[in-house]
Ligand binder design. Structure first.
Ligand SMILES: Nc1ncnc2c1ncn2[C@@H]1O[C@H](COP(=O)(O)OP(=O)(O)OP(=O)(O)O)[C@@H](O)[C@H]1O
Ligand SMILES: [Mg+2]
Length: 295
């Protein structure tokens, strides 16, 4: 049977129509609701995957959900630091940032990565606007851990007024996690941390962290050890036990903070799976790790 065969087409069409129909309750549930999506550098590996993510974001917006994108760009920052012979050092899952590194982080995130995402989303028919935490003082920062990691910042305030008009007009904000202090010092804020704080400040329904791993694993070498559903106190235990470490630490911590401030659910999902976002939002199946609870 070829694709042109009428019976084949009929089957194909009825599958498509039934999938759409099954999505109706989810579309209704998320219509007018805010979904903060952290798009990790590690999940931006291939052009085709990137395009699938942009299409999912455009679809979410077209059916009435309000996606807000916060992005990282670790691999691309590493690439440019290497080109410029600047060493990278990670501690506690965070990039230790001196002023030289900060310049590269700001250039890569707000210039290359942000505009690539904005362009990609716009190309598939939605309207997005790129900005960073410095624009309109969206994200105010102070030094993380009293300055122990140089110019790594933590967020002291989110001025969500900056993005409210964009969201209400149907634009998708695409935010790079570069922020400034009241005195104008520029900080490198981990994008997971920024996404969690933004989700809490704008009353998001969901926080979704797209990354390059299945979710939280008990044992990183065993994909069968994926934790599908977990409550806050157990996440804290996993951090204490060192099962959650490296880049997963800021993710777990930002989920804890976002949930404690009223976000209903946080999800850590595998951005390497095509259409991971739609699978998470529009199906019962859900993928990755779902974190719930208030404390
Ligand atoms: N328990 C765990 N389960 C799964 N992954 C873990 C765990 N503990 C640590 N990790 C690490 O966390 C990494 C994900 O964080 P990482 O910071 O590398 O990616 P990202 O946040 O998506 O990208 P970026 O930082 O560029 O935005 C995984 O690739 C894995 O190496
Ligand atoms: Mg990270």
């Amino acid at each position: 049977m070829s694709n042109c065969d009428p019976i084949y087409q009929e089957n194909d069409d009825s599958i498509r129509v039934s999938i759409l129909s099954e999505a109706l309750p989810y579309i209704q549930k998320f219509s007018g609701r805010r979904i903060v999506i952290k798009y990790g550098g590690a999940a931006m590996s291939s052009e085709s995957l990137q395009e699938a993510v942009f299409r999912d974001i455009a679809l979410l917006s077209t059916v009435g959900a309000q996606p807000i994108i916060v992005h990282g760009g670790g691999p691309e920052i590493n690439q440019w630091l290497n080109k410029l012979n600047i060493d990278s050092e990670f501690r506690d899952g965070l990039r230790v940032t001196n002023s030289e590194t900060m310049e590269v982080v700001a250039m890569v995130l707000t210039g290359r990565v942000n505009k690539k995402i904005v362009n990609g989303i716009n190309k598939v028919g939605a309207s997005s606007i790129g900005l960073c935490g410095i624009d309109g003082n969206l994200l105010e920062a102070r030094p993380w851990g009293n300055g122990s990691h140089g110019l790594v910042g933590e967020i002291s305030r989110v001025n969500s007024d900056v993005i409210e008009p964009l969201i209400s007009k149907g634009y998708i904000p695409v935010i790079s996690s570069v922020a400034a202090s009241e005195t104008g010092i520029t900080y490198n804020v981990n994008a997971d941390t920024a996404a969690g704080e933004i989700a809490a400040a704008i009353g998001a329904e969901k926080l979704i962290l797209l990354t390059d791993t299945l979710g939280i694993l008990h044992n990183q070498k065993d994909s069968k050890s994926l934790i599908q559903s977990i409550r806050l106190p157990e996440v804290r235990d996993l951090i204490k036990q060192g099962i959650i470490q490296g880049g997963m630490t800021p993710k777990a911590e930002c989920c804890i903070r976002a949930l404690a401030q009223g976000v209903t659910a946080a999800h850590i999902i595998d951005g390497r799976i095509p259409h991971a976002l739609l699978l998470e939002v529009f199906t019962n199946k859900g993928i990755g790790t779902m974190i719930t609870g208030r404390g």
